[in-house]
Design a protein around this ligand. Structure first.
Ligand SMILES: O=P(O)(O)OC[C@H]1O[C@H](O[C@H]2O[C@H](CO)[C@@H](O)[C@H](O)[C@H]2O)[C@H](O)[C@@H](O)[C@@H]1O
Length: 376
């Protein structure tokens, strides 16, 4: 049993169950590093865990592959489903959802009234927020109109793009230098490269809390590229301090195989964790750092750590943006705006239906700011 990683499936507490599904890898018997699954009686499993513990092996509690596949089917953040037994229809759901999370365009006056005399700081997610979701991640371009409005926003408010992508990639799409970029889900933070209206420039790298993981991520990218190349449509994207395994173009029949490859590779990397976005499995360091922490870091860098006079506005469409929405709720400041056409479970306060509504919202914000500056 030495040098084996034991994965106990199911998140249920161990003591309550009679049998468990266990996967074993790295054994000479299973050298292809695909996980092998066994059903174990509870008593035998506890013995196995005892041995694993004595041998200092890793013990990882992981979700069952079936629950991973289920959540791969869900959109991100989790889509709300109407429950058939209480005969709530999809349209009823949508109506009650839009009442709870009204359009940020309809609530525009409330938002800017709350910001009067205060400093708005803008946080913008990239994919699905500034650019529409497309099949090929390398072709997720933004429109000229969106680029222009982002530039205008950046010259009126401190602005950051907060993304799961590598900074270099997202900068090559956005092509605006007067803003902050927080790439790799906030684990790579850079300041503006051109001086912005706030005199902030040339600081470049501000914070990289996962620097030590760089070689590990590079290695895992290579392993996954190799192990997924037989799955048509699968694509591994190196996002510097994290990586994405895309399945948007993979036939659903092969999702289980892909998820199993990813999970089997991760068995050897207990310091990496698996999360999910929109048709993408994301692998990142287990450090306690996410888009919400990046938002706090940037507000602190801008001098607003304990300020009452700041209104952070965060616009995003993905499960990972929920970390930032949650931080805004905890701070009791600003507004989270979820970009979604369908009801989703969210910590945001308002909603917008897609990048073109985001564009409208940003235009109105710039107009409003120009008007109040003109009046002063
Ligand atoms: O934080 P974000 O900026 O939203 O980045 C999250 C992921 O976005 C990208 O993938 C998503 O957009 C692709 C292009 O539209 C789409 O093909 C894919 O299915 C989406 O998941 C990016 O490629 C990923 O690396 C990011 O993790």
């Amino acid at each position: 049993m030495t040098n084996q990683n034991v994965i106990v499936s199911d998140r249920k507490p161990i003591l309550g169950l009679k049998t468990f599904t266990v996967s074993v890898s790295n054994s000479p018997l299973f050298s292809n590093s695909f996980p092998t699954y066994f059903n174990f009686p509870r008593r035998k499993l506890l013995k196995l865990l005892e041995v694993a513990d004595k041998n200092n092996n890793n013990l990882v509690v992981a979700p069952k592959i079936t629950s991973l596949i289920d959540s791969m089917r869900d959109s991100s953040p989790t889509r709300l489903r109407s429950s058939s037994h209480d005969s709530v229809s999809d349209s009823d759901d949508k109506t009650s959802w839009i009442v709870r999370f009204p359009s940020a365009l309809d609530m525009f006056d409330e938002i800017v009234n709350a910001a009067k005399g205060k400093q708005i700081v803008m946080f913008l997610d990239y994919d699905g927020t500034l650019s529409p979701i497309v099949e090929d991640p390398d072709k997720a371009f933004i429109t000229h109109e969106m680029r222009d409005v982002v530039k205008d926003v950046a010259s009126n408010f401190p602005t950051a793009i907060v993304t799961g992508r590598a900074i270099d990639k997202v900068r090559s799409f956005v092509k605006v230098n007067e803003i902050y970029y927080a790439g790799s889900h906030g684990m790579d933070i850079e300041g503006p490269t051109n001086e912005n209206s706030y005199g902030q420039s040339n600081e470049r790298v501000l914070f990289q809390p996962a620097r030590e993981f760089l070689p590990m991520i590079e290695k895992v990218v290579k392993i996954l590229e190799e192990k997924t190349k037989w799955i048509p449509g699968a694509m591994v994207e190196n996002n510097k301090f994290c990586l994405s395994v895309h399945f948007r173009r993979v036939d659903e029949k092969r999702w289980t195989a892909l998820a199993e490859v990813v999970k089997s590779v991760l068995i050897d990397y207990p310091k990496l964790k698996l999360t999910q976005g929109r048709k993408v499995l994301e692998i990142r360091p287990t450090i306690k750092w996410d888009k919400g922490q990046a938002l706090n870091f940037l507000l602190k860098s801008l001098g607003y750590e304990n300020s009452e006079d700041v209104v952070p506005v965060y616009i995003g469409d993905d499960r990972t943006d929920e970390d930032a929405f949650k931080i805004l709720r905890e701070r009791g400041q600003g507004f989270g705006i979820l970009v979604s056409k369908v009801p989703k479970d969210t910590n945001a306060s308002y909603s917008l239906q897609g990048p073109s509504q985001v564009n409208n919202f940003l235009e109105r914000l710039v107009e409003w700011k120009r008007k109040i500056v003109g009046e002063e």
